[in-house]
Design a binder for this molecule. Structure first.
Ligand SMILES: O=C(O)C1=C[C@@H](OP(=O)(O)O)[C@@H](O)[C@H](O)C1
Ligand SMILES: C=C(OP(=O)(O)O)C(=O)O
Length: 457
């Protein structure tokens, strides 16, 4: 077992590619099998729980990307020992007392900036948080205000209570917990972060969501499911209220599912290019919002089949393009991270589309509604922002530089568009390292028909 890299690049600025990447036009019908690395959301939840557990645990098939490596670096700083096994995707985690007087660099990872402040409240001293310039505008107030309401001192750079990075959480070694109200209408991650650390609060946590809407419910269900899997009692029987009982977090040896949201652009490629793209390891049941991908692709004209089911219950999911892409009217409130992929397909469709319920995307890696509208328009398309989404009216598209605003999913949606539109120059494709390092090479290999494509191949 060798120590996992000390994440030298995780805490440095996000990788920026020098020259734009010319998104390849599909050379013909696809016939590819694409192995998708582990889920970001599961990897980072399981890492947090492993670092707070009652003994050493193992993650297999974990994602190794900028967001995961930032989580690893942060948890190490906070006192956990994390080493690589025989493969980089096998991580051995040995918990330690949560350590204070440390710095946590969040990069642009929502999971790091929202999941770790509640952990920092358990530290025996101050934990200073900062991140990428783009991270400093992402909403943070609800989770910091919740910690304050629970008696934790949180300070910012100036005299005012912080609503964004940078900030410092002054841990006192333990936290009583109790009841707290949180407005999670801007991000489900405010709820998930508090719930994940809650079993280690003396009295657990009774969290009530008080906002008008609650996005990304599957991600909260994922949090609840991962907590239950480590033996934590969670009562979620009332809408918008979660009760986490205090207690030990059991150490486990777990396998991480592939990232179904990262599978989305590859499967969407089958509709844009024609032919078939397969993703092995598709879980029989999952809390990942990417579970919606097959149904949405079918609604847009794709054909979805399960080609093979393995002994472990996972399947090879195959999506075949029929040559047609239809517009779609869909509420993506539960699965906002899919919006960039479906916006790209919508711009290539034969009828208009409406993506609804995604106002909260304005607080993602960038303002994704503005970014998608601007960049699809730049290619000659028609994409208009609404109060809570996008209306996309297909028009003939042409090549241009597609700006990505440090957003990995802007880059992957540009790749989908480029399959049909020559000359799409993707600025900073390296931003895909946030959740899928080597995306551009995987994409190019997918276009070489009949190949099995893996992240490291
Ligand atoms: O908890 C998680 O792992 C995530 C929750 C969602 O955040 P929002 O609720 O802010 O959309 C999602 O978009 C993000 O990619 C991952
Ligand atoms: C919104 C996303 O990321 P984050 O975890 O940084 O919020 C995303 O990956 O689409």
């Amino acid at each position: 077992m060798t120590p996992a890299p000390a994440s030298p690049d995780a805490t440095s600025p996000a990788p920026a590619s020098e020259a734009p990447w010319e998104a390849p036009v599909a050379p013909g019908e696809l016939d590819a099998t694409v192995e998708i690395p582990g889920s970001k959301s599961l990897t980072n939840r399981l890492l947090v729980l492993a670092a707070l557990a009652d003994g050493p645990g193992v993650l297999r098939g974990a994602l190794r990307s900028r967001d995961a490596d930032l989580m690893i670096a942060a948890l190490r700083a906070l006192g956990a020992e994390i080493t690589e096994g025989t493969e980089p995707s096998t991580l051995h985690v040995t918990p330690g007392p949560v350590r204070g007087d440390v710095d946590v660099f969040t990069g642009l990872a929502g999971t790091v900036m929202r999941f770790l402040p509640p952990v920092a409240a358990l530290a025996d001293g101050p934990v200073r948080f900062d991140g990428d310039p783009e991270a400093r505008v992402r909403p943070m107030l609800p989770v910091l205000a919740a910690l304050r309401a629970l008696g934790v001192k949180v300070t910012g750079d100036g005299p005012d209570f912080p609503s964004h990075l940078p900030f410092t959480v002054h841990g006192k070694g333990s936290l009583r917990g109790g009841a707290v109200d949180v407005d999670a209408s801007a991000s489900s991650q405010f709820v998930s972060g508090l719930l994940l650390a809650a079993p280690r609060f003396d009295d657990g946590l009774a969290l009530r969501h008080i906002g008008a809407t609650l996005p990304s419910l599957p991600h909260i269900e994922m949090t609840v499911a991962t907590l239950r899997e480590v033996g934590v009692a969670v009562d979620d029987s009332r809408d918008g209220i979660w009760h986490v009982s205090p207690g030990a977090i059991s150490a486990r040896d777990v396998r991480v599912e592939p990232d179904l949201s990262n599978a989305a652009p590859f499967l969407a490629a089958a509709l844009a290019a024609g032919g078939t793209v397969r993703v092995p390891g598709w879980p029989a049941s999952t809390t990942q919002p990417g579970a919606m991908v097959p149904e949405l692709l079918e609604r847009m004209g794709g054909r979805v089949t399960v080609e093979h089911t393995a002994d472990d219950g996972t399947s090879v999911l195959a999506v075949t393009g029929t040559g047609e892409i239809h517009g779609i009217d869909v509420d993506l409130h539960a699965a906002g991270e899919l919006a960039p992929t479906f916006a790209a397909l919508a711009a290539l469709a034969d009828s208009p589309s409406r993506l609804r319920g995604i106002a909260h995307l304005r607080g993602h890696e960038t303002d994704r509604l503005a970014a998608l509208a601007t960049e699809i328009t730049r290619l000659g398309g028609r994409c208009e922002e609404t109060r809570d989404g996008l209306v996309i009216t297909p028009r003939p598209l042409h090549g241009a530089t597609f700006r990505t605003y440090a957003d990995h999913r802007m880059a992957t949606s540009a790749a989908v568009l480029g399959l049909r539109v020559p000359g799409v120059q993707v600025e900073n494709v390296g931003t895909t390292a946030k959740t899928l390092p080597g995306f551009d090479r995987m994409w190019e290999r997918m276009l070489a028909a009949g190949r099995t494509v893996g992240a490291g191949a």
